[in-house]
Design a protein around this ligand. Structure first.
Ligand code: SF4
Length: 436
């Protein structure tokens, strides 16, 4: 009697951002479709095949990726892993160096090599799975990557080198993906891409994000749609109208500004000035009065003077932002900033980053304290100790505030109304409101 062959077990490890996570989820969907037994970041002692999806964005991310590859190479040498593959940004950018320096890896693949990885493992790309995705996030939310790559030329950014030119997915495909997610219980879609506001220009010869939003808002079961990474220059303002009109689109906008001083914005090649930025923020807040604005700033770019930094502090101190992330400049080869002198010492970069975060911490506390006593709708995410952890419409997973609720029992993935009872810089405490 023939014994049935056991499927190969594949463990996928993801490093870096949510865009990379979506690539891992697509890979996992394809692997499952090829009858592999797939896990994500399994902690089992023994794995048959490990695929590491790397990040190569800045020094710290590259270091984490290299360390992870080294850790799994050692596991392979110790006989705990049979085959080891590396994919993603780091591998796209430094394949030649990695092949020489870490030869224990059985194959290095770039950011667009999904069919090649499948074929290396003995599978093949399943076109009928397009639009389906095995998610690794909690079942109530999913990232929807609406485009890949970026056509911008920001001085400090290596992403276009690794991800190529902007390629939008069609509205039709995205709606079908959203329907698939909704059928699987997803209630919140988080729209991501390198550059959200460019969406449609390649495919439809016009910016089409608002059109996409209107169509996604019609998908049954999706209650929140959230926007991340909206480049500010030539911002399509009809997105804000869609946000105002469509209850499903969260009043939340993540618009990375990177800086506010004109000389630095020019050096960064951001194609926008301080006064245009201020005008856009004003327009956004006038159109969507309770808009939650998230941004990221980059400190220590070549040429950033004390005066530029003071201007940035003064601007952030005005309280425009509800959420803020700060990065320190990383001197990345083959970017245009790399031709400039990396003239802000590392200690000063850290000091500037910490100073900016200290300013925002105070603002965040004040904004949160204003919420005490208010009733808010939250999405319940997990049960941790004596609290349920949840998020409001104004908070994205992992990067924003969390709401800690004391309640007897709440169902994970449900929306509930809570009353905010206490606030700290980045957390809210609440009690569940009883019906009636
Ligand atoms: S828009 Fe974003 S992804 Fe594109 S080059 Fe600029 S920083 Fe990089």
């Amino acid at each position: 009697m023939k014994t049935k062959r056991q499927p190969k077990k594949v463990n996928v490890i993801t490093l870096g951002c949510s865009k990379n996570l979506v690539d891992s989820e697509n890979l996992m969907t394809q692997l499952s479709g090829n009858h592999f037994e797939v896990s994500h970041e399994s902690t089992q002692a023994q794995d048959e095949v490990v695929i590491i999806n790397t990040c190569g964005f800045i020094d710290r991310a590259k270091e984490e990726s290299v360390n992870t590859i080294l850790e799994y190479s050692q596991r392979k040498t110790d006989g705990l892993v049979s085959e080891l593959y590396v994919m993603g940004c780091l591998s796209e950018r430094y394949k030649h160096d990695l092949v020489t320096e870490i030869p224990e890896v059985d194959g290095y693949f770039g950011t667009q090599d999904l069919p090649a990885i499948l074929s290396r493992l003995g599978g093949e790309y399943q076109h009928e799975l397009l639009g389906e995705r095995q998610t690794t996030t909690a079942s109530h939310f999913a990232y929807l990557k609406i485009a890949e790559g970026c056509n911008r030329t920001c001085s400090f950014c290596a992403i276009p080198l690794m991800r190529g030119k902007h390629r939008s997915q069609s509205i039709e495909d995205l709606v079908s993906q959203a329907q698939h997610h909704a059928r699987n219980g997803v209630k919140e879609l988080i729209l991501i891409s390198q550059e959200l506001t460019y969406y449609g220009l390649d495919l439809y010869k016009k910016r089409a994000l608002s059109e996409l939003l209107y169509q996604l808002a019609d998908v049954d079961g999706i209650e929140w749609i959230r926007l991340h990474y909206a480049y500010p220059s030539k911002f399509p303002r009809d997105i804000l109208t869609a946000m105002k009109v469509l209850p499903t689109v969260c009043n939340y906008l993540d618009m990375p500004l990177q800086h506010i001083s004109d000389p630095v914005l020019r050096a960064m090649r951001r194609q926008i000035t301080r006064s245009e930025t201020e005008d856009l923020i004003k327009y956004a807040k006038d159109t969507v009065p309770n808009l939650c604005l998230r941004t990221t700033m980059l400190v220590g770019h070549p040429g950033e003077t004390n005066r530029d930094f003071d201007e940035l502090c003064e601007f952030v101190g005005q309280g425009h932002f509800d959420r803020l992330g700060v990065f320190e400049y990383s001197h990345e080869e083959n970017t245009s900033a790399h031709q400039m002198e990396d003239d802000v010492p590392p200690s000063l970069k850290s000091l500037r980053a910490n100073t900016l975060m200290d300013i925002q911490r105070e603002i965040s506390l004040q904004k949160n304290e204003r919420l005490v006593g208010q009733t808010m709708k939250v999405l319940v995410e997990s049960h941790e100790g004596e609290y349920y952890r949840a998020r409001t419409e104004y908070d994205s997973p992992e990067v924003d505030n969390e709401v800690w609720i004391k309640a007897e029992y709440l169902r994970l993935g449900d929306f509930v109304d809570v009353e905010i009872t206490e606030a700290t810089e980045y957390d809210l405490y609440a009690v569940a409101k009883m019906d009636g």
